[in-house]
Design a protein around this ligand. Structure first.
Ligand SMILES: [Zn+2]
Length: 61
């Protein structure tokens, strides 16, 4: 499922990964692993994704 992604990191309940979109552009995804949260977003920079992960206030906790 996340085979295309690399540099996976776990920041609290949020997983951050770097990958490429269909046009080959680098993108950074932050996705919460909590079952009932559903938070997931993509960012242009790794730091933005990591910031979103660290500041995520998980509603499932
Ligand atoms: Zn969450």
């Amino acid at each position: 499922m996340l085979r295309r992604f690399r540099n996976l990191a776990r920041l609290g309940p949020v997983q951050v990964a770097t990958g490429y979109d269909q046009r080959g552009r680098e993108k950074h995804t932050a996705a919460c692993t909590a079952p009932r949260c559903g938070f997931s977003a993509e960012y242009d920079t790794r730091s933005a994704a990591e910031l979103a992960a660290t500041t995520h206030r998980c509603s499932a906790h």
